[in-house]
Design a protein around this ligand. Structure first.
Ligand code: BEZ
Length: 184
């Protein structure tokens, strides 16, 4: 798959006649909300684990020295906590560019804290994308994050902002917390 997913995402879902769509954020979308939204609610998706397994060539690293950012990996029984936003479909014109380094939009059921369920879109960088890095020991991931930086700033800020945002959501993501403690 190519590095740039903008064109692929444009043809993935049709928004004709739809005034709003739910978007599930599990990474930088939780703390970097640079798009308008109509409503915002904590939510959980099932069967997916948040992992620092995606390379970042355009935000928190460079093509020569990629940083590491999160993607979702299918894992039965695991829950991923995040933030859901109800947005106008034209928000995806901005987000598809922001998240163009390997991420495709998928549809997922999301469960809100009151137990109600809605379908939402979620950006996932699958294992076949050109920037995928895959698993590594937590200490090695922390070292890579510590030395990486890109146009959006130091990779360490991405990790620390995400860890703080997850604490604010009342989430305990052992993968993120372990890498955070190695980094600190
Ligand atoms: C998110 O925060 O949901 C997100 C993470 C990586 C890429 C795109 C979106």
């Amino acid at each position: 798959m190519s590095f740039d997913t903008v064109e692929q995402n444009r043809s993935r879902q049709q928004f004709d006649g739809i005034s709003s769509v739910w978007l599930f954020g599990y990474g930088s979308l939780i703390y970097k909300v640079d798009f308008p939204f109509l409503e915002k609610r904590p939510a959980t998706i099932e069967g997916w684990a948040r992992r620092f397994w995606q390379g970042s060539h355009d935000h928190r690293g460079t093509p020569e020295a990629p940083g590491r950012v999160v993607t979702l990996i299918q894992q039965p029984g695991v829950r991923c906590k995040g933030m859901a936003y109800r947005v106008s479909p034209d928000v995806f014109e901005h987000l598809d560019v922001r998240e163009k380094n390997g991420y495709l939009r998928f549809t997922t059921p999301m469960t809100f804290d009151d137990g109600s369920v809605e379908d939402g879109l979620v950006y996932i960088a699958t294992e076949d994308n050109a920037a995928f890095l895959g698993p590594a020991p937590a200490a090695d991931i922390a070292q890579q994050i510590a030395r990486s930086s890109g146009p959006s700033g130091p990779n360490r800020d991405y990790l620390l902002n995400l860890a703080e945002a997850l604490r604010s959501l009342g989430d305990e993501d052992s993968h993120v917390l372990e890498i955070e403690s190695h980094l600190r």
